[in-house]
Ligand binder design. Structure first.
Ligand SMILES: Cc1ncc(COP(=O)(O)O)c(C=O)c1O
Length: 485
């Protein structure tokens, strides 16, 4: 499942490659090779894609073909490119760069640890009253066996109303309640993807989605999101769907985890069109849709543009309400929901009735709970951004207009080393490579702003000290080797 990048597309990604720092001292071919390595290391250029033919790239960059030939040769020598005569050249990483991208992240029971590995809020004050009210409601359900594979009707109605209010008319038959969004994703994958099927994901993306995909032995291709600007490159994203025709594409269009990007309306529409034409099912993870900050208006849901039941939306209570509730859902066509329910019976039968009733009570107060969450998150985000500007001014960040995470561009490929050192001083981090495949994204770090401001400021202070120590002990070796002659 190889996709190809055209000369003009790579030229756009390369941007000002000829004006990169240190450029004056290196020949053109070496600067070009370094810029392509940089794109690979940042996950902007996926692994396993075919690079443009030398002549095509030379024309797009308006440089000589010999320069491109020499740059490709250098990339082959450094293990970043594999070529076969007559067939082309594919991107890769040298073997030593591979890092496992999945794993269990649970906060340890260490009270001094500031846990920035988990991007989720503590429970709102309304949770306990909602739980009491749910217990009062329970007798209405006790006369039955309590198995509701698609969820209790009250909750399905409430969730369907939420979609309808967002401009996407939805009936309760189109909703299936799950035990969290992650469960929803797993069920959808069971239904829509045979083992070994092709899947396109964003890079970076949500690590537990990668875990669910590897459990299905999916063949994964990536679309590299830019840390800044619009995030998605429409041309490349749609091009890779057209070329690789994956069985499924998994996207997070609302305040993407980890970058915080919001997909524009136009791309939503074009994405659905491209998916339909390629025979690709779109799984749209709307985990953060309730959390626009600063009054940012939301584009229509991706499913608004769906005429052919190609879009399956998943979402849940974890981000706006509480992760411990374990309530999520799928929105799909009614027949798809029936098939999902049949698949679910082989897994967990149904979600707990009591928890679903708690969710109903929380959703009934949704607007006021969520409004308070947004105010809290915006204040915490601003405090984190300010603390970083004060203490770590070389780190760059595009302030997200929603969601719960900053995607920080570090001052070198040090993310894993930093995470290891930070653990020693009581800060748990999710380093960049966790959000990608094959050990890329070392120059990035996800910092959630879900903890109270005082913890965030304290964590940044500890990180600044650790960052300074990393330099003094000289542990990370990220500078280009230089020859002394
Ligand atoms: C994009 C995304 N999808 C799914 C999940 C999992 O959510 P849940 O707790 O509802 O299973 C998360 C949680 O971080 C997430 O960020």
């Amino acid at each position: 499942m190889t996709s190809q990048v055209r000369g003009v597309q790579l030229a756009r990604l390369l941007g000002q490659w000829h004006a990169l720092p240190g450029r004056r001292r290196s020949p053109d071919y070496a600067a070009l090779a370094a810029a392509i390595r940089g794109l690979l290391a940042d996950g902007r250029l996926p692994l396993g894609v075919r690079l443009p033919a030398e002549r095509d790239l030379a024309e797009a960059l308006r440089i000589s073909r010999t320069t491109v030939t020499a740059a490709y040769r250098e990339l082959r020598e450094t293990g970043h490119l594999a070529s076969r005569r007559g067939a082309g050249s594919w991107t890769m990483l040298p073997g030593t760069h591979r890092v496992a991208s999945t794993g269990l992240w649970t906060p340890l029971d260490d009270r001094d640890m500031i846990d920035l590995g988990v991007a989720a809020l503590s429970a709102p004050a309304q949770l306990v009253p909602a739980a009491r009210a749910a217990a009062e409601d329970l007798p209405r359900y006790l006369g039955g066996a309590g198995y509701h594979p698609t969820g209790i009707i009250e909750l399905r109605e409430a969730v369907a109303r939420g979609y309808t209010d967002r401009g996407l008319p939805t009936s309760p038959e189109q909703i299936m309640v799950t035990s969290g969004t992650q469960h929803a994703l797993d069920l959808v994958l069971r239904l829509a993807l045979s083992p070994g099927g092709g899947v396109l994901v964003e890079s970076p993306t949500y690590p537990n989605a990668l875990a669910a995909l590897s459990a299905r032995r999916a063949r994964i291709t990536t679309h590299g999101l830019a840390a800044d600007g619009d995030g998605w490159d429409a041309d490349l994203l749609l091009g890779s769907i057209r070329q690789t025709r994956p069985k499924l594409a998994y996207v997070i269009p609302e305040f993407h985890n980890p970058t915080g990007h919001l997909m524009a309306t136009d791309l939503r529409e074009r994405l659905v069109g491209a998916a339909h034409a390629a025979g690709t099912d779109l799984v749209v993870d709307e985990s953060f849709v309730d959390l626009p900050l600063d009054g940012t208006p939301l584009p229509p849901p991706v499913a608004t543009f769906d005429r052919h039941s190609r879009v399956i939306s998943i979402g849940g209570m974890s981000k706006p309400y509480w992760g411990g509730l374990r309530i999520g859902w799928v929105r799909a066509s009614a027949p798809q929901v029936q098939r999902l329910a049949a698949a679910r019976v082989g897994v967990d039968m149904a979600s707990p009735v009591l928890d679903q009733l708690v969710a109903v009570h929380l959703l009934a107060q949704g607007p006021s709970i969520v409004a308070a969450r947004r105010v809290q998150l915006a204040a915490q985000r601003d405090a984190l951004v300010k603390a970083m500007a004060d203490r770590l001014p070389d780190w760059r960040v595009t302030v997200p207009r929603g969601g719960v995470t900053l995607w920080v561009e570090l001052d070198g490929p040090i993310s894993s080393a930093l995470a290891r050192a930070a653990e020693e001083v009581g800060v748990r981090l999710a380093p960049g490579p966790r959000f990608g495949l094959d050990g890329t994204l070392e120059r990035f770090l996800r910092l959630p702003f879900t903890l109270p401001t005082a913890d965030l400021v304290e964590a940044v202070g500890r990180l600044a000290a650790v960052r300074y120590d990393l330099d003094r002990t000289g542990r990370p070796q990220w500078r280009e080797p230089s020859v002394i002659a």
